[in-house]
Design a protein around this ligand. Structure first.
Ligand SMILES: Cc1cc2nc3c(=O)[nH]c(=O)nc-3n(C[C@H](O)[C@H](O)[C@H](O)COP(=O)(O)OP(=O)(O)OC[C@H]3O[C@@H](n4cnc5c(N)ncnc54)[C@H](O)[C@@H]3O)c2cc1C
Ligand code: FES
Ligand code: FES
Length: 1189
């Protein structure tokens, strides 16, 4: 074990504190030694601060955002910034103040205005992402001296993902903080401490910053305040309930001197925090393989996802030499540990202070950094970390190379050498650094007159995404008459090779040439041979990447021309229609609005109420499965997973797991006490693979250990020997191998397709093929279950994140061999499901139940995001092959369609999904002759499952593809073809249903008018006419969607309503709250039914022992079904109370209830509870089943 050391030999030694400490929400915590393996998130959640969520564990979703405050000795002020707690090593925040969502406000003390605003604007649905959003904005406001702009607010949220709500309400809620700068809580005195002195929330010291005066720094700890804390605007938000003071910066941390740290973690991990470069170099000499850490945004991901174990970490965040930022005569010197946000701020300042021609490279870096990761990552990630990781898709390295940057490198003896960025990258994640060297700083020279640097990046989306291809380009031009000759150039790419790559031949070609169309053509030709991407290059998309390398250069050519054009006369001009190629993307602040009609029924129905959990969601108090405290003696589970798509299991060696730290047990198929065969529709799966594995990620066994980390490590040590077998990895393979799930071939027919094609009715017949890809569910809350036994194993209980608690109950009873009556599953809320938690979650609960039952101990399983994605299936990919006949007018006469979905290795719900795709294959179009053949493909992928739309979107997409093709063929607009083929009142669909109350044409026409579609179409056409390189599109597409389960008996719902003598009502029903507001809507119905306020109704959880045999919460029908069930129950109770209620005038509902509970009618009390009130076949026979072949 390590210890805190006093490094006396260090120059910058300062008064050393005796212990490693941290403040969390104003509370002092001593950090013991031995925790170097922990992230800040693990630490916070371990002691119950579960408002900070684990969404992805790799800095990508922002659910774990917290605010860090520390006293920056360089800036001489307190700085506040948002970070991802999932990547921040615990010891990296030593001596700092961490504020989590719990430190901002809570539902008892009162909501912080940010929380209040998000609640009021309906900014949360499942709520799992919500604390992260709150903390990102909180950090922005705490760090802003003036109200932030709308752009800054949106930028601060770039690192936060929300999967349910949509960003419009979130941005609307936060936009109010940009508006005015009126006082924070109206009464500034609420921030004052004893004696009426104002206490600065930033420094924690009495000061006058609240009244706008700025004190200066006093390093002796006297009256320190430089960060002017100016209250921000909450003018539109009622912060009156927020009575708390803003948490101040702990005074101890201001006075405390920095100390070097030497600590340790699990597995002999060593953690150092040196304070001088001299000490860094000594450590590097001693441990040549040590990892230098700044943001841990690379190393953290490597450790978590690639499971790489490192032994020694040197945290260099506090080393002054590595944190310098010097603006010099010839350029800028940037310390290797400088964070990207700091660099961005400096560059933004520099471009306003220096002549424009000097800062061309600076501007390119500003643009590139704008689209680099999210704010939380930029706040901690370092320049040196990015350079030395040498990722082939680093966004900055091609720019350093192009901009003539130089890297200063220091070795353990203190010798410094300089390397050109262009020459620094040697191979895949290999740089020109010896084992005893580190990067000291980066020097970025000013650009010269007529020297231009430009950045390029193409990613799947703009914000927070990694590049497909990126580039940095520079050219230095000399004026020769009206022509411009290249005197120097540099063209560097990322994403085209294992390293950032210079296009050397192109550079050589360019030098000495005139900057004109000839040089463009020539350079593009040279580039084609200079940058070669192999057909099998990792990352795929080879053609696209090749074309990006060329189009970037083309844009650069135009951009440079345009730059000169503004200053000098030039022969070569950029055509106006070509300018769109070089305009940088400017995204104006998001503006949108939503209208809804308020038609109230009774006290609550029809009223736009906020989500009933929203107060708890915005404060982080809303509990999800993984937030449930671990019971004493609890164990964590991790899976042993198949690494092969199809193989025979020859042997399993679990000896490594058994000797792993914290190991408690391991279980395989042979240990399952009940049945190992499971499945939601047919039992075609195994809980634990026994003889064969049929996909990567299939569960072979489960390991339990004392911690999640130890369980994962132990599971990773199980060695499985396989005999590999041929695998089917695509729908096409499955179709040619006739690899279909048994009894899944289906046919739907209407009219006579063959006859129609043969007749001369069809003027044209087209054929085509549509491939629809799969999709991750990406519910923000990963799968999680906590299972425990009671009465010596006679009962099994669980809390699960699922859309179908009854399925968990059923699976667990099945694999344990217990009656369902002895198994209970409860679900309070889930952090999103989207279909992914309808069936697949039950497998995980069942697997965790095995060790829990056999060992009689609580077992929790929460999947890491990568394991979740690997094991739990996706939206089905589809293949549709169509033949469509139509008239010259565009009237569709016949559709012949073959449709296949990729089910993966078990049937799960794939047949119902295929059928729904078949039902929706007409979208909204009247087709007299239809033949649809469907088949469910068996492939060696994890079983694909329900996903929003349940096959409907895939069917409709295929239909819209042939509509588009017809429009192209007939040179008409797709909207015209659509309108001409609309179904109408009385249309009989290809599965026999007759349309009633069909509002399609009316809706379409209203919408077309209200959005002025024809004008929009005209504007788009005009834009496209005048812009050669940027195109716009506009479309209007109708859909029809069949709600409810196609398996009719599932369209039933149950509810339990209890009425209490204080007039409050407790409702339990079979549906699960997953963000869609089901509980809110159902509670509104109960409130209106009893004519009481919404606050008098409470829905605590969904539980299989309250409402049995419920259908999964799915099929877009749960609100209708459960609200109807609850209404029925309420009406029954009301009917029972009626004889009493009608006796006299009661002053309140509570009074009626009290009388009902006392008064006896023929010796009986009025029952104030209805149980198991089933509303069956709610949706009647909406959809008929397809015909089996
Ligand atoms: C969610 C997310 C989004 C991201 N988005 C982008 C993006 O858009 N573009 C992009 O380019 N990158 C992106 N990255 C990658 C990453 O953020 C950057 O590479 C970052 O700059 C790394 O810095 P760090 O301080 O966190 O590195 P760390 O993880 O702390 O260290 C990384 C490596 O650098 C070495 N190192 C650090 N300093 C030195 C030094 N002075 N001398 C020698 N070696 C050193 C370490 O030993 C280690 O091997 C993203 C990462 C995440 C997690
Ligand atoms: S960013 Fe930390 S959990 Fe996703
Ligand atoms: S509310 Fe944002 S992920 Fe669910």
């Amino acid at each position: 074990m390590g210890s805190l050391k006093n490094e006396e030999e260090m120059e910058q030694i300062v008064e050393e504190s005796k212990e490693a400490i941290l403040y969390v929400n104003g509370v002092r915590k001593v950090l013991p030694d031995g925790l170097a393996h922990l992230t800040l998130l693990e630490y916070l959640r371990d002691f119950g601060l579960t408002g900070t969520k684990l969404g992805c564990g790799e800095g990508g979703c922002g659910a774990c955002t917290v605010m860090i405050s520390h006293y920056d000795r360089k800036l001489k002020k307190c700085v506040h910034y948002a970070v991802n707690a999932c990547l921040a090593p615990l010891y990296s925040v030593e001596g700092m103040h961490v504020i989590t969502v719990e430190g901002v406000g809570n539902h008892k003390r009162g909501l912080h205005p940010i929380q209040k605003s998000l609640e009021r604007y309906h900014g949360s649905q499942c709520g799992f992402c919500t604390p992260g959003f709150i903390m990102s904005l909180y950090a922005l406001l705490r760090s802003s001296q003036t109200p932030p702009t709308e752009e800054q607010i949106e930028e601060s949220l770039a690192g936060n993902l929300c999967r349910c709500t949509g960003y419009r309400p979130i941005v609307d809620a936060f936009r109010v903080f940009a508006k005015t700068d009126d006082a924070l809580y109206a009464d500034i005195s609420s921030l004052s401490l004893q004696g009426g002195e104002f206490v600065c929330p930033s420094t924690g010291k009495p000061c006058s910053c609240g009244s706008k005066t700025v004190n200066d720094i006093d390093t002796n700890g006297q009256s320190i305040c430089s960060a002017t804390y100016k209250p921000v605007s909450y003018s539109e938000v009622d912060g009156s309930t927020y009575t708390d003071k803003e948490l101040i910066f702990p005074p101890e941390l201001l006075l405390r001197k920095l100390t070097p740290l030497s600590l340790s973690g699990l597995g002999g991990l060593k953690w150092y925090r040196p304070l001088t470069v001299k000490y860094v170099l000594e450590l590097k000499e001693k441990y040549p393989n040590a990892k230098l850490l700044v943001g841990n945004t690379e190393v953290g991901v490597e450790m978590r996802l690639k499971r790489i174990q490192y032994q020694v970490f040197i945290s260099v965040t506090h080393v002054p030499e590595l944190n310098m930022l010097n603006v010099k005569e010839d350029g800028i010197e940037i310390g290797a540990a400088v964070r990207l946000t700091e660099l961005l701020n400096l560059l933004r300042e520099v471009v306003t202070q220096h002549p424009a021609h000097e800062t061309s490279a600076c501007k390119a870096f500003i643009e590139q950094l704008k689209w680099f990761a999210g704010t939380q990552i930029k706040n901690v990630a370092s320049v040196g970390g990015n350079v030395c990781t040498a990722s082939p898709i680093s966004d900055l390295n091609p720019l350093w190379m192009a901009a003539r940057a130089k890297f200063r490198i220091i070795n353990c003896k203190g010798n410094i050498r300089t390397a050109l960025a262009e020459k620094f990258f040697l191979g895949y994640r290999k740089v020109d650094l010896a084992g005893d060297e580190i990067l000291l700083s980066v020097f970025l020279p000013w650009t010269r007159c007529f020297e231009y640097v430009k950045e390029f990046k193409q990613a799947h989306r703009r914000d927070d995404d990694i590049a497909i291809v990126n580039a940095g380009m520079r050219v230095c031009l000399e004026e020769k008459g009206e022509e411009w000759v290249v005197s120097d150039a540099s063209i560097a790419y990322g994403g085209v090779a294992p390293l950032s790559l210079c296009a050397i031949k192109t550079k050589e070609f360019l030098i000495g040439k005139k900057w004109n169309q000839d040089v463009l053509r020539g350079a593009l030709n040279v580039l084609r041979t200079d940058i070669l991407i192999k057909e099998d290059a990792p990352g795929g998309m080879v053609e696209f990447r090749k074309s990006l390398t060329l189009s970037f250069f083309f844009k650069f050519f135009l951009w440079v021309l345009h730059q000169i054009e503004g200053k000098k006369p030039i022969k070569e001009k950029v055509l106006l229609s070509h300018l769109s190629a070089i305009k940088s993307l400017h995204r104006p602040p998001l503006v949108a609005s939503q209208d809804y009609e308020i038609k109230k029924h009774g006290t609550s129905v029809g009223s736009p109420e906020v989500h009933l959990s929203s107060r708890l969601q915005v404060t982080g108090e809303a509990e999800y499965t993984d937030d449930t405290p671990m019971p004493p003696n609890g164990l964590h589970a991790a899976f042993v997973l198949s690494k092969k798509p199809h193989a025979r299991i020859l042997a399993i060696d679990d000896s490594g797991a058994k000797s792993s730290p914290g190991f408690a047990g391991i279980f395989f198929a042979k240990d399952v006490p009940g049945s190992n065969e499971i499945g939601p529709v047919v039992m075609d799966e195994e809980l634990f693979a026994s003889e064969f594995v049929t996909c990567v990620g299939q569960v072979i066994g489960v390991v339990v250990a004392d911690t999640h980390e130890n369980a994962k490590r132990a599971a990773g040590k199980v060695h499985v020997e396989y005999e590999e077998l041929p695998a089917i990895l695509s729908i096409e393979d499955a179709v040619s191998a006739k690899s279909f799930h048994p009894n899944t071939e289906k046919l739907l027919r209407k009219g006579d397709v063959d006859l129609c094609f043969q007749s001369d009715q069809c003027d044209k017949i087209i054929e085509g093929k549509v491939q629809v890809g799969g999709q991750e569910h990406f519910y923000l809350e990963p799968h999680s279950s906590l299972v425990w036994t009671m009465d010596g194993g006679n009962e099994v209980h669980m809390i699960s994140s699922t859309q179908a608690p009854q399925k968990h109950q059923k699976y667990v009873s099945h694999v344990l061999g217990l009656p369902m009556s002895k198994v209970v599953c409860k679900t309070k809320r889930i952090g999103g499901g989207f279909g992914g938690k309808e069936t697949r979650s039950a497998f995980l609960a069942a697997a965790a139940a095995i060790p829990s039952y056999l060992m009689n101990r609580p077992v929790k399983i929460t999947l890491d995001r990568d394991i979740d994605m690997m094991t739990s299936g996706q939206r089905h990919s589809f293949l549709g092959k169509y033949k469509v006949g139509f008239t010259n007018n565009g009237k569709v006469l016949a559709l012949d369609l073959q449709i296949y979905n990729n089910a993966g290795n078990s049937l799960d719900l794939s047949l119902a999904i295929l059928e729904r795709a078949m039902f929706h294959s007409d979208n909204v179009y009247e087709i007299p002759n239809v033949r649809i053949f469907g088949s469910v493909c068996f492939t060696n992928f994890p079983s694909h499952t329900a996903f929003r739309g349940f096959g409907g979107p895939q069917g409709m997409l295929i239909a819209e593809n042939w509509i588009q093709r017809i429009a192209l063929e007939l040179k008409k607009s797709p909207e015209e073809i659509r309108e001409m083929n609309f179904q109408g009142e009385g249309s009989i669909l290809h599965y026999g249903q007759q349309l009633e109350h069909c509002t399609l044409a009316q809706l379409w026409n209203e919408l077309k008018l209200s959005c002025d579609f024809l004008k929009a179409r005209d504007e788009v056409d005009q834009f496209n006419l005048h812009n050669r390189w940027k195109k716009r599109g506009v479309a209007m597409i109708p859909t029809k969607f069949g709600i409810s389960f196609t398996t009719k008996f599932m369209n039933q719902a149950g509810a339990l309503v209890n009425v209490y003598t204080d007039g409050t009502v407790l409702v339990t029903h079979g549906g699960v709250e997953m963000g869609q507001g089901l509980h809110t809507k159902v509670a509104q119905v109960a409130a209106s039914a009893f004519n009481i306020s919404l606050s008098s109704v409470f829905i605590s959880e969904t539980s299989t022992d309250k409402v049995p045999n419920a259908s999964p919460t799915a099929a877009s029908a749960s609100s209708d079904m459960y609200a109807a069930a609850v209404l029925d129950a309420c009406e029954q109770i009301k009917a029972r109370m009626e004889p009493i209620a009608s006796q006299r005038n009661f002053s309140s509902f509570a009074e009626i209830v009290r009388d009902s509970s006392i008064v006896r009618k023929k010796g009986k009390k009025v029952p104030l509870s209805t149980t198991n009130c089933n509303v069956r076949q709610f949706t009647l026979s909406r959809v008929s089943n397809s015909l089996p072949i």
